[in-house]
Write a protein that binds this ligand. Structure first.
Ligand code: G3P
Ligand code: CA
Length: 282
């Protein structure tokens, strides 16, 4: 009875949000509202619909738009610095070519990570994880994704050492598709919250698998297209939480409500880039 009441409240919150979205949807480019009662909103690579992904500009925009967390992706430079970028190569987002691991930090800092997104962002520089923590931690939560840990032996120790340097880790979550890497992070710093990212092919994890994952991970996160309510309920029953992401925020928000997840990882898409989210329905 109590559970049903909670669900009704959640749907009501969804409808109210949807109406708000409809109202703002006719302005030219207003910020997308992704505030949803009881759900965490995470700015995916920063508010990456507004500014070049994984840059200071995108992180500042995520903070401005009221996200609860900033998500970022981390690699190691040739000289062992933790830097923020999504791909293991610099080609897509900068004016350089080649692998991050073949550049020193000084060389990476010469690259322009803004122009590929838009001329107004020309001159934007790659950030280090240390710089991100310095500027944003304390203001907003951080969801730090370790990319391609197989390319970077020792990256877990480096991340943990850096987080320890910044002290309190209660507002930080570290995540990866590499489950063993996350198990290692947990063993190095048990008080840190861990998230494991599930690959698209992942079926509903078995009871044994869920027991294992939730023994060290607080969150089990999915692309919203590869999960359903049954899986979310099952993970909740094992004490885990679920965050979902998608390239399309309309689908993301609608399904997040349907499935009862704990939060969304969003690019903060702008109207009229996507269809209105009033498609959310009971
Ligand atoms: O936080 C989940 C999401 O970031 C995983 O996908 O490719 O955007 O890093 P990707
Ligand atoms: Ca990511």
């Amino acid at each position: 009875m109590r559970k049903l009441g909670k669900r009704k409240v959640s749907w009501l919150a969804g409808l109210v949000s949807a109406c708000l979205l409809l109202l703002v949807g006719f302005n030219e480019h207003p910020p997308k509202q992704v505030e949803m009662t009881g759900m965490i909103s995470v700015a995916h690579r920063g508010a990456s619909s507004y500014a070049p992904e994984n840059t200071q500009a995108a992180f500042r925009k995520g903070l401005e738009l009221g996200a609860d967390f900033l998500e970022c992706d981390v690699h190691l430079s040739k000289d062992g610095e933790l830097i923020i970028m999504h791909d293991d190569k610099v080609d897509r987002t900068t004016n350089g070519k080649g692998f991050v691991k073949d550049y020193t930090l000084d060389e990476l800092k010469q690259l322009d990570v803004g122009t590929a997104f838009g001329a107004t962002f020309s001159g934007e520089k790659i950030m280090t994880l240390d710089e991100l923590l310095d500027e944003f931690y304390g203001e907003i939560g951080l969801l730090i994704e370790i990319k391609k840990s197989n390319l970077y032996p020792g990256i877990e120790e480096k991340v943990v050492a850096l987080l320890k340097k910044h002290g309190d880790v209660s507002g930080i979550i570290v995540q990866s598709f590499d489950i063993e890497s996350m198990r290692k992070i947990h063993s190095l710093l048990p008080e840190l919250q861990i998230a494991v990212l599930m690959k698209p092919s992942t079926l509903l994890p078995s009871a044994k698998r869920l027991e294992d994952l939730t023994s060290f991970a607080t969150y089990i996160n999915f692309d919203v297209s590869y999960i359903n309510k049954r899986m979310v309920d099952r993970i909740h029953a094992y004490g885990g939480k679920v965050l979902v992401w998608s390239k399309r925020d309309q689908q993301l928000i609608s399904k997040a409500f349907q499935y009862g997840v704990d939060g969304i990882i969003t690019d903060f898409s702008r109207w009229p880039v996507e269809e209105p989210t009033f498609m959310v329905r009971q």
